[in-house]
Design a protein around this ligand. Structure first.
Ligand code: SF4
Length: 250
């Protein structure tokens, strides 16, 4: 479990950046992919972000200098900076400092997280976050653990806290046939989301295998080799479960 932020970090580890992202938050976004993640999601498309030390060390100053080059695109499109990973809250001091500097520049900030963190750690980072992209990878505890290798509890605690402070959030759920597509699992998640006050939308992301080659290159066993990608009907069925609760979906 991660610990509260106690100091300012002037550098940290990243895998890469994307300068014109369009799916991880509103508008055109500068996306930073950090390394280090305590989860082991079976469908992870960034297994090369698993270990902190597999990233490259960069300073916050370097990142901010790069971000400044794209400020006009971000602002004109209603975009901003998203930090994804890996799990960004694995490096809370570093991520907090990037977001703090972005807010000084008037840039919209989004945190893409699994929510597997110490709540006090998250609180200190959230102070500088405008939008949270919270990945809830399943609702049934056993399925969640099967998918991720960790417990769901910290994610639900964070979700409730975000609702309590009315922090805007998008929920993202990956639909994997024969793994996360059980109707009760999705309906349970929809019921839970319905109790929250801050959710702007739910995104159902169809499972894909674009990261499979990375697993092979890294020598990791990819257990979803035989799993099919979901059909559009399966995706629609999942979306309809959320819609039936009055939840806005994309
Ligand atoms: S939380 Fe994200 S980066 Fe970490 S294992 Fe899961 S999918 Fe991969």
């Amino acid at each position: 479990m991660l610990h509260p932020v106690s100091e300012v970090a002037t550098s940290g580890y990243i895998h890469s950046v994307e300068t014109c992202g369009t799916v991880d938050g509103p508008g055109i976004r500068f996306i930073i992919f950090t390394t280090g993640c305590p989860l082991r999601c079976l469908y992870c498309s960034n297994p090369d972000c698993r270990y902190l030390e597999h990233g490259k060390q960069v300073t916050v100053d370097e990142l901010i200098a790069e971000i400044k080059k794209y400020t006009s695109y971000m602002k004109a499109s209603g975009g901003g900076v998203t930090i994804s990973g890996g799990e960004p809250l694995f490096q809370p001091e570093f991520v907090r400092e990037i977001f703090r500097r972005c807010k000084e520049l008037g840039i919209h900030t989004a945190l893409d997280t699994s929510g597997f963190c110490n709540l006090e750690t998250a609180k200190s980072v959230l102070e500088f976050v405008d939008l949270v992209l919270l990945d809830i990878k399943s609702f049934e505890p056993a399925t969640y653990t099967k998918v991720t290798g960790v417990e769901i509890k910290p994610t639900l605690i964070l979700a409730k806290y975000l609702s309590d402070i009315n922090k805007p959030a998008w929920i993202r759920f990956v639909l994997v046939p024969d793994l996360t597509d059980d109707t009760d699992n999705i309906a349970g998640l929809a019921d839970f989301i319905f109790t929250l006050n801050n959710i702007q939308r739910v995104e159902v992301l169809p499972f894909h295998k674009m990261g499979e080659y990375k697993w092979e290159e890294l020598g990791y066993e990819y257990k979803l080799k035989e799993t099919p990608i979901p059909t559009s009907e399966q995706v629609e069925k999942a979306l309809n479960i959320f819609r039936s609760k009055g939840i806005f979906t994309l």
